[in-house]
Design a binder for this molecule. Structure first.
Ligand SMILES: C=C(O[C@@H]1C=C(C(=O)O)C=C[C@H]1O)C(=O)O
Ligand SMILES: NC(=O)CC[C@H](N)C(=O)O
Length: 800
């Protein structure tokens, strides 16, 4: 069937901004955009029939867009199929727009050169100078656009004497006609001439060095895209080039991902014991007042007396958050009876999930029914899905998944394989299906006691017993008495850790060298920003439990020392985690609103920087804003991969927030999940529905912990960080209610330990810390930032 909608092929060079470009093309041009990776195995240049298959594929598009990406256009592997576009014989050529790396590749194809800039321009917003005409027809002079590049075009511009520059800079240079420039101040009155846009002198090829899709590129820049496509169409018409509509024989794929649920085949028939476990449950819930002065850990201790496994997600900054009107400080969520809850675990790299219930444990092979662990989780959740009318209206969580996902699972999901064999078999995904829980609403001062119970067990009175316990005047009195040694009074002085505790922090010089190494990768165009991190290990005698130095006490101390909206305590399987995270990764609602809050830009509180306005002055500078902006565009890309064109916005850009010991700059990025295009039939295995789990699966590891572009940056970081697993650090912790609501935080400002680490009688805690390195960073500044972030959690060990 022939459609009049434009069809564009986008060549994806593994950038973290690609989906923003395809979304922009889709909405601005009302086009269908198909995507092909530059190294697609479906079109291998070494194959004998490559040329014929390539020209058959290209014949089906009106035009091609060659995207941005890491690396250099001089490197074959970095541009791949782009070269096959430039190499087409004249009679097969077609209109092209190159963006950033794609632009640079075009410059090379026109026999220009590409060289390193005097200093990279990542996340820098500049006024684009042009003289109108061509694709700049009707575009306001000097509109602002974002740059993300280390390399630049050399078309002989430096040979033009200063006095002749104004007159000659628009003249054709080699096979290219310059259309736009930026002149970058380089100190002492020197300026670097950076080519921003070109047209090929003979072919229908245009290129933009800036990023038209960035959230900080002014809307005025959209005209350039519209003009380009007008020119492209005109060229096709003049040549009588008519797109072939082959009726589905297209190699390139869709710009958005298929939903996890639609990938499932033949599951959910309830043949296995775990398939029917907790299916068809009903919520029983009672709300009681939160006794005055009672803290979240007191409630935990009152209900769970046996020190067993638990997940506590606490808004430990609720008092401060309330004062600032910050909704993130409103709720705390506590799992109950976790030992009896079903658990799903997955060790990245294995082809199976393990379902555990008490002592029963079963391996489930993921392919072919589920695809991967995400498909399995989506199917498991969907079978237990509850509508909004079936869950507590005043509570964000009525029961469902609670647990963690490691950084390494995220690496696997973006196509970075694990080094095999891994030295352990710890879970990278561990999610319990929690049916008994407490949710504390700090704003209303109430506790929801909730039980998702099987319909046939309505006589189970756990809720009533818990209510009675919480309301008994003895409970907190007793808890307080019992806990006298567990309550760490705030000390004015920090004690030194006991002699038998050894602490190994990163080496100062070594860390600084790594910062410099990151910058050399950035200068070479391999990355735009790298979130470098390192780990501190604390080895100490294993304490008795409970005792003044038990993990639970560490949590009690940290939450008082460093109140945070995403504090958490997890004792789940072999893992113990104590976190004071300030950073939300992803929140989503049953109606499909997703919200991410990347944090970039950190300043330590000090007598000199004690107020929000002082911090704003420090953080609202190009270096810090650029750091944040790069991650914002990356997060928009991640959200676009599920939500699709026109469904992602950044309502709160570059906002500075206050925390206990630091100020942080954040941006809120929102997306709306697509609704199924066709009505979903009950029992239909090919359900098209998307949930928040789709976004979670598509967005790990958190972009704020990787840098951009995500994949290449993670590969570089793995090398620089010596291949050390980050594990829980840089992973996520959170929940997903049966209703589809979810909230996940980034694990930072945290410490964790695995049961299998350390010699007999010892335990090993790890604290990760780091920060984003850009071309403008200094080695000392980054080292200082890393130690600032480390200090909070580390100090706790000196106090027990
Ligand atoms: C890397 C850490 O933090 C990350 C890096 C930040 C930054 O570079 O400013 C801020 C918040 C986190 O996303 C850490 O806390 O260890
Ligand atoms: N954003 C990009 O495409 C960057 C291109 C190239 N890697 C550079 O840094 O200059």
């Amino acid at each position: 069937m022939t459609s009049s909608r434009p069809r564009i092929l986008f060549l994806d060079a593994y950038d973290s901004f690609s989906n923003n470009i395809t979304a922009l093309l889709t909405t601005l041009l009302d086009a269908d955009v198909a995507v092909l990776h530059i190294d697609s195995p479906l079109l291998d240049r070494r194959d004998a029939d490559f040329s014929s298959r390539w020209s058959r594929e290209l014949a089906q598009y009106d035009a091609v867009v060659c995207g941005p990406g890491p690396g250099s256009p001089d490197t074959e592997a970095d541009v791949g199929l782009m070269r096959a576009v430039w190499d087409l014989p004249e009679e097969q050529t077609l209109p092209v727009l190159g963006i950033c790396l794609g632009f640079q590749s075009l410059v090379l194809a026109a026999r220009g050169k590409v060289r390193r800039l005097q200093r990279g321009l990542h996340g820098m917003v500049r006024g684009i100078e042009h003289v109108g005409g061509d694709v700049f027809e009707g575009v306001a002079p000097r509109f602002k656009a974002t740059l993300y590049h280390s390399l630049g075009a050399d078309v002989g511009q430096d040979g033009i004497p200063e006095g002749e520059w104004e007159g000659r800079r628009w003249e054709g240079m080699g096979g290219l006609v310059p259309l736009a420039w930026v002149e970058e101040e380089r100190g002492e009155g020197r300026r670097e001439r950076v080519l921003m846009a070109v047209r090929h002198a003979e072919r229908p090829w245009w290129g933009l060095q800036y990023h038209p899709e960035s959230v900080c590129t002014e809307e005025e820049g959209n005209r350039v895209i519209v003009n380009w496509f007008r020119e492209a169409r005109r060229w096709n018409e003049e040549r009588g080039r008519v797109r072939v509509d082959d009726g589905g024989d297209v190699i390139a794929g869709a710009a958005t991902k298929q939903s996890l649920l639609s990938r499932l085949g033949g599951v959910g028939e309830g043949r296995q014991w775990w398939e029917s476990w907790a299916v068809g449950a009903e919520l029983h819930s009672i709300t009681v007042p939160l006794p005055k002065g009672i803290q979240v850990p007191d409630v935990v201790e009152a209900v769970e007396l046996d020190g067993s496994e638990r997940v506590v997600l606490e808004s430990s900054n609720c008092a401060a958050a309330e004062a600032r009107g910050d909704a993130r400080g409103r709720y705390s969520i506590i799992s109950c009876g976790l030992d009896e809850a079903l658990r799903i675990e997955h060790h990245t790299g294995d082809g199976y999930a393990t379902v555990k219930l008490g002592r029963v444990s079963e391996r489930i092979f993921l392919a072919p029914s589920y695809g991967d662990i995400w498909g399995f989780l989506a199917g498991f959740h969907e079978a237990r899905h509850l509508d909004a009318s079936e869950v507590s209206s005043g509570s964000p969580f009525s029961g469902g998944f609670m647990g963690f996902i490691t950084y390494e699972q995220g690496l696997h999901d973006i196509g970075i394989p694990m080094d095999q064999p891994r030295p352990h078999h710890r879970p990278d995904v561990s999610l319990a299906w929690v049916t008994k829980s407490l949710v504390i609403d700090h704003l209303l001062g109430i506790i929801h006691i909730q039980h998702l119970r099987p319909r046939e067990s309505i006589t189970d009175s756990w809720v009533e017993r818990t209510v009675a316990r919480l309301l008994s005047p003895q409970t907190f009195h007793a808890a307080n008495k019992k806990e006298t040694f567990l309550h760490q009074p705030l000390k004015t002085k920090t004690r030194r850790p006991s002699k038998s505790t050894t602490i190994q922090p990163p080496q100062t010089k070594d860390y600084e060298n790594k910062v410099t190494l990151c910058q050399s990768y950035i200068a070479a165009g391999e990355s735009y920003e790298l979130c470098l991190t390192d780990q501190t290990t604390i080895t100490r005698p294993r304490p008795r439990n409970p005792s003044p130095s038990s993990p639970w006490t560490l949590f009690r101390t940290l939450r008082t020392r460093q109140p945070a909206p995403f504090a958490s305590y997890l004792r789940l399987g072999p893992l113990t985690l104590v976190s004071a995270s300030p950073e939300r990764f992803l929140q989503y609602s049953p109606s499909g609103l997703c919200s991410m809050r990347p944090m970039k830009g950190t300043v330590r509180k000090s007598p000199a920087v004690s107020t929000l306005s002082a911090a704003e002055q420090i953080l609202h500078v190009p270096k810090e804003e650029a750091e944040n902006l790069m991650i914002v565009d990356l997060v928009r890309h991640d959200l676009h991969s599920i939500c699709g064109a026109g469904r992602v916005t950044a309502p709160d850009l570059l906002k500075v927030e206050e925390y206990e010991s630091v100020f942080q700059m954040i941006t809120v990025v929102e997306g709306r999940l697509p609704t199924p295009p066709v009505p979903v039939h009950v029992g239909d295995q090919k359900e098209k529905k998307y949930t928040g789990l789709d976004v979670l699966a598509a967005s790990l590891p958190p972009g704020s912990m990787t840098g951009a572009p995500k994949k290449r940056s993670c590969e570089i970081l793995k090398e620089i960080e010596g291949g050390k697993a980050r594990s829980l650090y840089s992973g996520v912790v959170g929940y997903m209610c049966a209703s589809g609501r979810g909230d996940w935080s980034v694990v930072i400002r945290a410490m964790f330990k695995w049961d299998d680490e350390g010699a007999e009688g010892e335990e090993v805690w790890r604290i990760g810390a780091g920060g984003a390195v850009t071309i403008l960073s200094t080695a000392e500044g980054e080292r200082e930032e890393m130690f600032t972030k480390l200090a909070g959690p580390l100090r706790v060990f000196g106090e027990v």
